[in-house]
Design a binder for this molecule. Structure first.
Ligand code: HEM
Ligand code: HEM
Length: 201
């Protein structure tokens, strides 16, 4: 039988999706809103809870291999690519609350942004810029992640079914177009692997 992620891993994955969406949509719109002490406290508690859940998830998931549900062996270069995307997502999910907490700390110490673009940037400008950049990077990574999950579903590798509770796979695809695309893709991975193994010798 195909291997599947544990119930806890699925709860962490889908529960975290809800938490992340909430974090993104309820976000503070500008610094002046932090004048409200209740909101500031809520943001700080939310950021700490978010960080604890991300770290719990990261350490729990480390024990499982990438592409746990795959029915066929996955090229090493493909696994490295997926791991890189996963780690980059985790990096964003850690930096988002950390920079948020820095904003809260700086704000309560009286730091603020510079009103005029001609003046030198304050430390608050830099941290706010970083906070926004991390948020935008996370959107791109998640888009890549979801596209890769759909592509894997079309191939019928079993990875989708190991994490997603619907539209379960019934085996590898019979579509000749998808098979052709997959063979081009595997050719690219094989080239990368040859390149790196020949460099090691
Ligand atoms: C339609 C939406 C989504 C689908 C179909 C999906 C599917 C999957 C699948 C199949 C895996 C398992 C990969 C494996 O076994 O190696 C996975 C892992 C993961 N997903 Fe998603 N995902 C979705 C949305 C999201 C979103 C919105 C986030 C972030 C907020 C996210 C973050 C992650 C992370 C970080 C992992 C890696 C888990 C680990 O091994 O540590 N996913 N996802
Ligand atoms: C996990 C927790 C958090 C998430 C997911 C999050 C997410 C975001 C996002 C997506 C933006 C918009 C960035 C942009 O598009 O440029 C934003 C802006 C902002 N965040 Fe957070 N944030 C978090 C925690 C915090 C905390 C704890 C604070 C401070 C108490 C904070 C203060 C701000 C402020 C002031 C802005 C507005 C920046 C501006 O004036 O353009 N955030 N946040």
């Amino acid at each position: 039988m195909a291997r599947t992620h544990t119930l806890f891993a699925k709860v962490l994955h889908w529960g975290f999706v809800v938490l992340y969406l909430y974090g993104i949509f309820k976000q503070v719109e500008d610094l002046s809103q932090l004048e409200n002490a209740g909101l500031l406290l809520f943001e700080v508690v939310f950021a700490i809870v978010f960080l604890v859940i991300v770290l719990t998830r990261y350490f729990y998931m480390r024990r499982f291999e990438t592409f746990l549900g795959a029915s066929e062996p996955i090229p090493i270069a493909h696994t490295v690519l997926a791991k890189t995307i996963h780690r980059s997502m985790y990096t964003c999910f850690i930096l988002l609350p950390l920079t948020g907490l820095m904003i809260a700390g700086l704000y309560s110490q009286g730091y603020t942004v510079n009103a005029s673009p001609d003046e030198e940037q304050t430390v608050m400008d830099v941290v706010l810029g970083l906070h926004g950049l991390v948020a935008e990077t996370s959107y791109v990574l998640i888009l890549v992640h979801i596209s890769a999950a759909f592509y894997s579903r079309l191939k019928g590798e079993g990875v989708w079914s190991s994490m997603v509770p619907f539209w379960k796979e019934k085996g590898p695809t019979n579509s000749s177009i998808i098979k052709r695309i997959t063979s081009v893709e595997n050719g690219v991975y094989a080239r990368f692997e040859r390149f790196f193994t020949s460099k090691d010798k």
